[in-house]
Design a protein around this ligand. Structure first.
Ligand code: AMP
Length: 490
């Protein structure tokens, strides 16, 4: 199948050719002809499958007829994060070089004025995060009655981030007759319900998960003690890595992103960071320095990195084992792209056994240990307490863990504060997100906003802790023995 067989316009085909693409990916082959016919699409696909072009190219072809009016955009693309929105904007710039279309971006952390000016000029394509879009709408700066095509991208991520009430509201604000192109990597029940309510006879297209294409990635587990030893382990892995060109380092919490970032810089590594507390400019700058190779290490949280298209990353290091196994697949999918080889190493402590089990069952096989397993792991040279300070107290006796990691202790929520903490806003590249906070505070608390309770929390929020939380003190786990007393009959 060629791009010329899909029914795309001449202008679009010329741009595709200029991009250097020769063959459409499976999602493009299946989605583009249907989208050009105006059908609703339910695409079950994740980043890396070429799904952005699968909706961008037919949209460009269809937008060649007609013009946008002031404040009434013609098409709307909803993205869960600012980075993804900015990435889609780049795709429109690339594939739309032969078009004279107005593309507007509505995302948090960017000044209202510039965004408003673009919308006033008449946007052919509006790319937005749901919250900012509704704020514009509620302020009367925007009408959604002209939307011909609605794209909802990364719907399962929207669910994770608590955006579903916003999405439902937006779906009701756009005309009933619009075309909807809906993409999600997974189909949890809430997403299925949404598609049933808002898609009209959609064509369902499912493409293989990126995890199945991970054969080019060498995966490994690296045993480490907790807290500061993990940072030492990370440094060793970076130093010992063969042909390390660049690497993404994942932490579970933004607080740890800041700590690891600072620690790497302190040890002379060229490192940047990306997490949700950085303002938009700092995030973009950080990403750009990594893309251009000015820094070779990028420390990230899952939310900040999800869906980012950073081609040719050689190594992924999981500083923390992700607590949601799907995040593991997304993380390691940053490397080994487009048939290139990649390395994904995960630092594992004794507390991570449960999560490693879940990951291994999701990817359908064991991940082997690189270097010593827990049983063979030497004691750390310097003992540190949970705060990274030297400690003369003995370290908890290790429990034997076999090479599959199955006998490791069940998980408790990990505390790895490490080096003495500073507020994130005082650290290097991070700047306060004051503008956004002010902005959020100024928004009316509607019932929908109240309902916007994330399915799970991100970064350092963690799930709500009830009672003792996940952690059960070991004394409570000891079997209770009763002294048997002779039963006396009265
Ligand atoms: P996406 O899944 O949209 O994030 O795309 C992942 C990467 O694949 C991006 O870097 C695209 O530029 C690239 N890409 C998209 N379509 C094609 C294609 N037909 N051939 C080669 N690369 C592509």
């Amino acid at each position: 199948m060629n791009f010329t067989d899909l029914g795309l316009s001449e202008k679009v085909l010329a741009a595709v050719q200029a991009s250097g693409y020769t063959t459409p990916t499976p999602i493009q082959t299946q989605a583009i002809p249907q989208a050009l016919q105006g059908k609703d699409i339910l695409g079950i696909a994740q980043t890396g499958t070429g799904k952005t072009a699968a909706f961008t190219l037919p949209m460009l072809s269809r937008l060649e007829l007609g013009r946008a009016r002031a404040r009434v955009p013609r098409t709307l693309i909803l993205e869960p994060t600012r980075e993804l929105a900015a990435q889609v904007e780049e795709s429109f710039a690339k594939y739309g070089v032969n078009h004279r279309l107005n593309v507007a971006l509505l995302i948090g952390g960017v000044s209202f004025g510039d965004q408003e000016a673009k919308i006033m000029r008449g946007a052919d394509v509006l790319i937005a995060t749901p919250g900012r879009l509704l704020d514009f709408f509620d302020r009367g700066k925007l009408l959604l009655t002209g939307i011909e095509i609605l794209v909802i991208d990364e719907a399962d991520r929207m669910l994770d981030m608590g955006f579903i009430p916003d999405i439902e509201r937006i779906c009701k604000l756009v005309p009933f007759t619009r075309q909807t192109l809906f993409f999600s990597a997974t189909m949890p029940p809430e997403i299925t319900r949404l598609t049933e309510a808002f898609l009209h006879n959609p064509v369902r297209i499912e493409v293989a998960r990126a995890s199945t294409a991970a054969s080019t990635i060498r995966q490994g587990l690296v045993a480490s003690h907790g807290a500061a030893d993990k940072r030492e382990t990370l440094r060793r892995l970076i130093r010992e890595a063969e042909n390390l060109k660049n690497a993404i380092i994942f932490c579970n919490r933004k607080r740890d992103v800041a700590i690891v970032h600072r620690s790497l810089q302190k040890h002379g590594f060229s490192a940047g960071a990306l997490h949700g507390d950085m303002d938009q400019l700092a995030r973009m700058a950080s990403l750009e320095t990594f893309k251009t190779g000015d820094v070779s290490l990028l420390v990230c949280s899952d939310v900040a990195a999800r869906g980012l298209d950073i081609p040719d990353v050689g190594h992924v290091f999981n500083f923390d084992v992700p607590t949601h196994s799907e995040d593991y697949v997304h993380r390691i999918g940053r490397t080994g792209r487009a048939g290139r080889s990649g390395v994904a190493l995960t630092i594992v402590t004794q507390d991570d056994g449960k999560y490693i089990d879940q990951i291994q069952s999701l990817i359908g096989g064991p991940i082997s240990w690189e270097g010593p397993s827990f049983a063979e792991l030497p004691e750390p040279a310097i003992r540190r307490d949970a705060h990274g300070s030297r400690s003369d107290r003995g370290i908890r006796p290790r429990e034997a863990g076999d090479r599959s990691g199955r006998r490791m202790r069940p998980s408790s929520r990990q505390e790895t504060p490490g080096e003495p903490e500073k507020p994130i806003t005082q650290m290097g590249a991070f700047s306060p997100k004051g503008y956004d906070r002010e902005f959020i505070r100024s928004r009316p608390v509607t019932d929908e906003r109240r309902q916007r309770i994330p399915r799970r929390h991100f970064e350092d929020d963690g799930p709500p802790v009830i009672g003792l939380g996940d952690h059960v003190p070991s004394f409570l786990l000891r079997p209770v023995t009763f002294k048997s007393e002779p039963v006396t009959e009265e």
